[in-house]
Design a protein around this ligand. Structure first.
Ligand SMILES: Cc1cc2nc3c(=O)[nH]c(=O)nc-3n(C[C@H](O)[C@H](O)[C@H](O)COP(=O)(O)OP(=O)(O)OC[C@H]3O[C@@H](n4cnc5c(N)ncnc54)[C@H](O)[C@@H]3O)c2cc1C
Length: 289
């Protein structure tokens, strides 16, 4: 039995993925599953485990390049799970909520700790899985516990059982369903000011309005991928509709009609040049499906 047969009310077939990514590039999901509750997510995972079916999890598609014309594994999308609960300085957010909404709502309620993440697109689940953040802080620093689902079922992990590292976490292989954050009471006007400052700095240094998937490469130890790419003179370099951003060299932007192949060709060109010039192997931060 396929997921579509077993969960017909929450599964769509032949869903185009390009509009669900910030790059605007992607093929078709054969089966696109949208659980509405944690219980439904647990049931879907149990079915996938029982039938030995591999699957993919899609957040808001802001760190992805989808090169497949057809994604044959069922794609789990938690966009319908976007609830939030406030309990003093503790906030529970479901994985499908937009991170930016969470940041804004917490700030408006005078809860500090997330404003350094302003301007980072994506879902709460994707942010926790990837330990999203920047030079001012990471989400892992304020995570208190994470409820997730894997082949063994539902479990809640306290933060001391989770390892958050540079753009990664030990949650890989699980589906994040809900997150509890431990924030600090603060002055909402001061929090809003810090949020605006972070956002202004991000707007000044990153092409936020362009179609991209954020930083393409992980920073090599002791340096910045963007600085190497800039020093190699690659800003503005193009392959078809893909271009190295003139504003931030670690961003590749889709100037309109870029294909996944265009982006991949540009990635290879950058890697080759950085290896030749600086003997540094750039690793991808971007995920490719
Ligand atoms: C303009 C721009 C600026 C950006 N700036 C930053 C930045 O400053 N700092 C930063 O860290 N990132 C940044 N990013 C990258 C991206 O926003 C983050 O990595 C974000 O956390 C990805 O979340 P997502 O929901 O879009 O995940 P997706 O791109 O959908 O998925 C990314 C990975 O997370 C997994 N995943 C998603 N949801 C779940 C879930 N619920 N459970 C389990 N796995 C899941 C996916 O399977 C995939 O492996 C930027 C991106 C853009 C486009």
């Amino acid at each position: 039995m396929t997921v579509a047969n077993t969960f017909p009310r929450i599964t769509h077939t032949g869903v185009p993925l390009a509009p669900m990514t910030s790059f605007g590039i992607g093929g078709i999901a054969k089966q696109f599953v949208q659980p509405r509750t944690v219980e439904e997510l647990v049931d879907v995972l149990a079915h996938l485990t029982r039938t030995g079916t591999r699957y993919r999890v899609l957040g808001r598609g802001t760190n992805l390049l989808i090169k497949s014309r057809e994604v044959s594994e069922p794609v789990l999308h938690l966009g319908k799970m976007h609830g939030i609960r406030f309990d003093g300085e503790r906030v529970s957010a479901q994985a499908g909520m937009a991170l930016e909404r969470l940041v804004t709502q917490c700030g408006e309620r005078g809860l500090a700790g997330l404003e350094t993440l302003a301007g980072i697109p994506g879902s709460v689940g994707g942010a926790v899985m990837m330990n999203a953040g920047g030079r001012y802080g990471w989400i892992g620093e304020v995570v208190s516990e994470v409820t997730c689902v894997d082949s063994t079922g539902l479990k809640t992990l306290a933060s001391d059982k989770i390892c958050f590292t540079y753009r990664n976490s030990s949650l890989r292989g699980m589906v994040v369903a809900e997150v509890v954050l431990a924030l600090k009471a603060g002055d909402s006007r001061e929090i809003a000011a810090r949020r605006r400052d972070t956002l202004a700095e991000k707007k000044r240094s990153q092409p936020l309005a362009a179609k991209s998937a954020g930083c393409v490469f992980r920073n090599p130890s002791g340096g910045y991928a963007g600085q190497l790419i800039e020093a190699a003179g690659l800003q503005g370099a193009r392959a078809g509709g893909a271009m190295v951003s003139p504003l931030h060299a670690n961003f590749i932007v889709n100037t309109g009609d870029a294909s996944a192949d265009d982006v991949l060709r540009l990635i290879e060109r950058i890697r080759k040049k950085i290896l030749e010039n600086y003997k540094v192997i750039l690793e991808l931060e971007l995920e490719i499906w």
